[in-house]
Design a protein around this ligand. Structure first.
Ligand SMILES: [Zn+2]
Length: 480
């Protein structure tokens, strides 16, 4: 009896155990639910692609359907970065939520593209002379200036590599042409022509040379100047680059013995002539460039007015270059503007004129043949040097120059330092003729009057012109 009862308990226990196991198995494996695979809360998304997460599914272990989440939280799908978000997985009326991080990433490297024309490089170091390579990244944009180049002489290839800001690297090798036909450019220190009196010392100022491939290269100098012997000498500077291209520049050095002043002087004075018709104003500015020249050029540019600058050895090359580039006439005043040395003799005058001529030619690439005497041709400061002004006036003409005085003085050289007065001095003298107006761009108060003078001129039917060799004759009467 007891034996039968024991068997029955065993069987019942077994059945209960098996049923419990079966229920547990059905509950854990077969009932539908969310299954999370390897979702650790960090999801990467390429900035331009759709997000696709395959690691949460809904179903049972036999059949589980992938669920794409909705994303709660703020993030910019087209901006690389790390964003805190909440992933919401929904299936029918079941919802499963998980907080995590969304990484928006760029995993696409830049694209390297060669120019249409062939790439030409320096044979010695692979510096690009023509053509080139660009790098465009779909996310970071133009990365051309981040390209790293390496030129392999053996294979004649230019190796390029570039990485974007997400460290995606692209490399490519391009075939190139190695060729350098450009010689170095030699720049003289000091003027390209120099005049010296016999017996003085000549210290050559030298030159420097820059090559397109080699950078700075050595300049060799041949200096035949004998300062004890009158004559015109050429100091020759040569420079050679590593491809064998040679350039040569010369400096002319004139050694002369000054003639006694009385010999060349003729005292036929030149008379006054400074008239014309047509309502034309020639604005002229002496003694610059100076710190006010840029401001003046801005005003002229604003009104499209061209003017004439009688420049000196003062001020910056940049100002003279700008005067020239913006269409004004760059004319010659003197280099030193020192009356006693300029008017000491005919040679002294032309020596100084040559210096300013050289400066202008060096900066603009053009010789200027338009001249104004310091103090005008009627100046009397040179009175003690017999007949020099009339001789200089003729000699300028002999040498192909044209000189201009003025028929309206703004008074800015001493009569006034008042901008209104400068303006009045100019406009009250305007009539129906042609007017060469004297101002100084070395004087700030005078420069300040220019805008109003231009406005007055334009409102009253004048045209503004720059001086050329044949604008008009405008000479004062020489005093000696
Ligand atoms: Zn002057």
């Amino acid at each position: 009896m007891f034996k039968k009862k024991g068997i029955l308990i065993c069987v019942i226990s077994l059945v209960v155990l098996l049923s419990t196991g079966l229920i547990f198995f059905i509950y854990t494996c077969c009932l539908p639910r969310f299954y999370v695979k390897n979702f650790n809360g960090v999801v990467s998304k390429v900035y331009s692609d759709e997000l696709d997460i395959k690691n949460v599914c809904y179903g049972n272990i036999f059949k589980c359907r992938n669920i794409n989440p909705e994303i709660n939280g703020e993030y910019e799908a087209d901006k690389v970065g790390t964003y805190d978000v909440e992933y919401v997985f929904k299936y029918k009326n079941h919802t499963y939520t998980k907080t995590g991080i969304l990484n928006v990433v760029d995993n696409e490297g830049p694209v390297l593209t060669k120019s249409e024309e062939d790439i030409e490089v320096c044979p010695n170091n692979g510096k690009i002379l023509k053509g080139g390579v660009t790098a465009i990244d779909s996310y970071d944009g133009d990365l051309t200036d981040k390209i790293v180049f390496y030129y392999d002489k053996e294979t004649n290839k230019l190796h390029t590599s570039v990485s974007d800001f997400s460290s995606n690297k692209t490399e490519y090798s391009f075939d190139v042409v190695a060729s350098d036909t450009e010689p170095p450019v030699i720049t003289l220190n000091g003027d390209s022509s120099v005049s010296l009196t016999n017996g003085s010392n000549y210290g050559d100022q030298g030159a420097s040379a820059i090559d397109n491939c080699d950078g700075g290269v050595e300049v060799s100098v041949q200096n035949p100047v004998d300062t004890k012997k009158d004559g015109t000498y050429s100091v020759v500077y040569t420079a050679k680059d590593s491809s064998g291209n040679v350039s040569e520049v010369k400096r002319t050095v004139k050694v002369y013995t000054p003639q006694p002043a009385s010999v060349s002087y003729t005292c036929n004075k030149v008379g006054y002539s400074c008239k014309g018709s047509g309502k034309v104003i020639y604005l002229t500015f002496d003694d610059g460039p100076s710190g006010y020249t840029a401001e003046l050029l801005d005003v002229l540019k604003k009104y499209g007015v061209k003017a004439t600058f009688f420049v000196t050895g003062n001020g910056s090359d940049v100002s003279i270059k700008r005067e020239y580039d913006e269409g004004h006439t760059v004319a010659l005043h003197t280099y030193s503007h020192n009356y006693s040395s300029v008017y000491a003799s005919v040679d002294a005058y032309f020596y100084d004129l040559q210096r300013i001529s050289d400066r202008v030619e060096r900066i603009t690439g053009q010789k200027s043949y338009i001249v104004r005497f310091p103090g005008g041709s009627s100046n009397t400061v040179s009175r003690s040097t017999k007949c020099i002004m009339s001789t200089l006036a003729r000699e300028l003409e002999n040498r192909g120059y044209v000189y201009y005085d003025w028929n309206i003085s703004s008074g800015d050289a001493g009569a006034t330092t008042d901008t209104n007065q400068v303006y009045n001095n100019v406009v009250r003298n305007l009539g129906s003729g042609r007017y060469v107006v004297l101002q100084h761009d070395s004087k700030g108060y005078s420069v300040k009057a220019v805008e109003r003078i231009i406005q007055y001129g334009l409102n009253n039917g004048y045209t503004f012109e720059r001086l050329s060799k044949d604008s008009m004759v405008c000479h004062h009467a020489t005093a000696n």
